[in-house]
Design a protein around this ligand. Structure first.
Ligand SMILES: [Fe+2]
Length: 383
């Protein structure tokens, strides 16, 4: 066994914990920028809960509520300018992955000159403002790792900013905040959790510690995603999906994702497809391509997905994982073809070249490293 385990974010988990944001944030400073989406945290009343808790601890706040789905680098730069102009001492991200990632980006860009895209491309960065995160969805795992994914509006490249300084000082995972998440978002964020876990598990960076987290995260998704979609107001499903999300978020912090994210991000970058749906759409063809390289791992995935593997060879069991995942995705209504987003045969070359050029770091840690032709084939099979 060879592995390292490093998890610097403090995770505060439990129903009602959002009310404790103020008391936990006190040590981070006296003035904060709250980063959130355009409406959902406001409409659901969570923003009021957060601001009240901050005010009780005499923490001043200003609001940046311009986060869009699939956030772009220029939004981050606008938020960072606001943070600098107002001399905020720390940043709070309130929302799903987009809001949390943007909060990380703003905290980083506030103290690092020049375009964010340069740092995403590998320019060494410095310090960042302290970050606190409050997740309102069970997806992305952003609260438990230092990834912050942005699209460059000029190049359409969607890629992660990853700095040792973009871990949260603390993250609040309060399943009560997830009770009102609509069914469609529950499904697409929940399936993202499954792919974080599965990619961390089958990918070349997998290791014993994250395997344990990933298997449990997959099991929880299989057992609870349908319930969370059908009975969104039931805290038990929300709690287990939130726990799955956090486990998978820690797993990718150490083992990363591989080719499903590598081929999904271009769909979001170019066509603005919601993240989880972009992954679902390429996942089955990706699995068929990779199974011969890691049958033992995919056989285990099949087992977690509920396949009775007794009497089957490893390869037979592994192949059953595709059908079982298809059933799970169908049961929660996640689209599983890229034609659902209007993509046709004529778009395949551009998509594949984009993925091959920009997502190499993900593609090359897949069980079977794809060539450009392989990437085209996987997209084509996903039509
Ligand atoms: Fe993801």
């Amino acid at each position: 066994m060879n592995f390292e385990f490093f998890m610097p974010a403090r995770l505060i988990f439990g129903p009602g914990k959002v009310k404790e944001v103020g008391v936990n944030a006190k040590s981070l400073g006296k003035k904060t920028l709250i980063v959130t989406g355009k409406s959902s945290a406001k409409k659901a009343g969570y923003l009021d809960v957060v601001t009240k808790s901050l005010e009780q601890e005499q923490i001043d706040w200003i609001l940046f509520d311009e986060v869009e789905p699939n956030p772009i680098t220029t939004t981050v730069e606008r938020g960072a300018k606001l943070a600098r102009e107002n001399s905020v001492e720390f940043v709070i991200g309130l929302g799903g992955g987009s809001a949390m990632d943007t909060a990380k980006g703003i905290a980083f860009a506030a103290l690092n000159e020049g375009p964010v895209s340069d740092y995403i491309a590998g320019k060494p960065g410095g310090d960042a403002l302290p970050i606190a995160l409050i997740t309102t969805t069970a997806g992305t795992g952003s609260e438990a790792n230092n990834y912050a994914v942005f699209t460059n509006p000029d190049t359409k490249v969607k890629k992660s900013l990853k700095s040792p300084r973009t871990y949260a000082r603390f993250s609040i995972i309060d399943p009560e905040l997830m009770l009102t998440v609509p069914k469609k978002v529950t499904a697409s964020t929940g399936i993202d959790v499954f792919f974080h876990a599965m990619e961390a598990y089958v990918g070349r960076r997998s290791q014993p510690f994250t395997d344990a987290l990933a298997l449990e995260a997959m099991r929880l998704v299989v057992e609870n995603l349908r319930g969370a979609c059908e009975h969104g107001g039931d805290i038990r499903y929300r709690e287990r999906m939130a726990w799955a999300n956090t486990l998978a978020g820690v797993a990718i912090n150490l083992s990363g994702t591989c080719g499903i994210h590598g081929m999904g991000h271009p769909l979001s970058g170019i066509y603005n497809v919601p993240h989880g749906e972009s992954l679902a759409a390429v996942s089955l063809a990706f699995m068929r391509f990779n199974i011969p390289e890691a049958p033992g791992k995919f056989a285990k995935v099949a087992e977690v997905l509920g396949v009775d593997v007794r009497g089957l060879t490893l390869m037979e069991a592994a192949e059953k994982s595709v059908e079982a995942l298809k059933d799970l995705m169908d049961s929660v209504g996640v689209p599983r073809s890229i034609s659902a987003f209007g993509i046709t045969e004529k778009d395949i070359d551009e998509l594949a070249e984009h993925a091959f050029k920009w997502m190499t770091h993900n593609l090359e840690v897949s069980p079977k490293v794809p060539t450009l032709e392989d990437v085209k084939k996987i997209y084509r099979e996903s039509l």
